[in-house]
Design a protein around this ligand. Structure first.
Ligand code: AMP
Length: 394
């Protein structure tokens, strides 16, 4: 177990807290979804309430290692102040840890909160450069990482800084680790993994890692067609990763040897073209026409997947079942989201597209945990060590 803010005395200390404030913004630079800021509030309030001077840091967008006003965290500071109902001091310097920032951090009193400028204004951040890590560390006495979304990156503010300060997790990070950790190490059974999305290549390490952990694997989305091809089916113009056919065949064989139920679509919705307006029809998975593409799972498959999900003790879902962004091909993903809501077990949605889909459908209420980290949750499930977690004290 990694230590959390509860395990360390923060009273009278300066705490450097890495958050994931990488919020979406509209064309005028206004925040269009402040969920990530809200997600950090419990830890910020805990620290300030326990006598810490709180120095917050995050990245925003991809400023490519140099200052860019478009990616300034000023909008985040303003929203944060509104949400907290108290002042958030914001210091914007191109060098991020410049003299003004240092002075403000040094003068910050217990219970006060400041935000420093976008750490990716410095190119050293993503290089995990030791001297920038030290500069960040010099602002504080303790490092708190609450940014699960960037925990798979070894950057100065996510991992490097921990070489110089006692390091613990925040509450959001703790929650993410608990849900994914429990799923992998101590799942209520049957344990089902629902996998979709476009690229099968991205999901192969994940499937390999799950082969000795899960009871069922459910496959949908664009990645399903490479599996169907491996079974010798005609898949028309559907997504195919030719060079992965052999590997998918292997995975299905290993799943069989391990006694894992491996569910593939039994029917699919095929269209003439990749467009919501394209004419489309339902076909059995082994009877797809050569000139059409599969863009969603069919109604029989929806039912089959729903039953498998609802009867599970633990479900982890990563990747949409079809092109959910297009209304006509969203029914499969919607059915999986509904089944996740209906399941009485622990249901976990990996971040990224599946989380976006669940929100788009307004089906968040009865899901145990919707992760804030797409890439990070994927790497965690692949069995990889996340640098932003590994660097924390045991
Ligand atoms: P990924 O980035 O690999 O998680 O894939 C997510 C994307 O896969 C979403 O934008 C979906 O629209 C897309 N997708 C899902 N099913 C299909 C499909 N059958 N054909 C093409 N794209 C798909």
């Amino acid at each position: 177990m990694k230590k959390t803010v509860r395990d360390i005395d923060v009273n009278g200390k300066k705490v450097f807290m890495r958050c994931d404030f990488n919020v979406p913004t509209d064309e005028e630079g206004r925040i269009s979804d402040d969920r990530r800021i809200r997600g950090a509030l419990p830890t910020i309030e805990y620290l300030a309430g326990h006598g810490a001077a709180v120095i917050l840091a995050s990245h925003l967008g991809r400023p490519k290692g140099k200052p860019d006003p478009k990616y300034s965290l000023r909008v985040v500071a303003d929203r944060l102040a509104e949400l907290l109902g108290k002042e958030v001091l914001f210091v914007s310097e191109p060098e991020v840890t410049g003299p003004e920032t240092k002075a403000a951090a040094a003068a910050l009193k217990p219970g006060e909160i400041m935000l420093i400028e976008n750490v990716r204004f410095r190119k050293e951040e993503t290089e995990n450069d030791e001297s920038f890590s030290r500069e960040l560390a010099q602002l504080a006495d303790i490092f708190v990482n609450d940014a699960f979304g960037t925990a798979h990156r070894a950057h100065c503010s996510t991992a490097g800084i921990a070489a110089f300060l006692p390091a613990v997790s925040g509450f959001l990070m703790e929650k993410e680790l608990r849900f994914f950790g429990d799923a992998l190490e101590n799942p209520q059974r049957p344990f089902t993994a629902v996998l979709g999305g476009a690229k099968v290549g991205d999901k192969i390490p994940l499937i390999e890692n799950l082969l000795d952990k899960v009871d069922r694997i459910i496959v949908g989305g664009g990645m399903a067609y490479t599996f169907l091809k491996a079974k010798g089916y005609e898949i028309g113009t559907s997504l195919l990763e030719e060079d992965k056919i052999e590997m998918t065949r292997d995975l299905m064989k290993k799943a069989g040897e391990n006694g894992i139920e491996f569910l593939l679509p039994s029917d699919v919705v095929c269209a003439d073209a990749f467009s919501n307006d394209s004419p489309h029809d339902i076909y059995a998975a082994d009877a797809m026409p050569a000139d059409r593409m599969g863009l969603d799972i069919g109604p029989k498959t929806q039912k089959l997947y729903e039953e498998a999900i609802v009867s599970s003790g633990t479900v982890v879902w990563n990747g949409p079942m079809g092109v959910f962004e297009m209304e006509n091909f969203s029914a499969g993903t919607r059915a999986v989201a509904a089944a996740m809501n209906k399941c009485g077990g622990t249901t976990v949605v990996g971040g990224g597209d599946s989380a976006a889909a669940v929100r788009q459908f307004g089906m968040e209420d009865h899901i145990s945990h919707i992760s804030t980290g797409g890439g990070a949750s994927l790497e965690f499930l692949e069995g990889k060590l996340l640098p932003g977690v590994e660097c924390l004290m045991d």
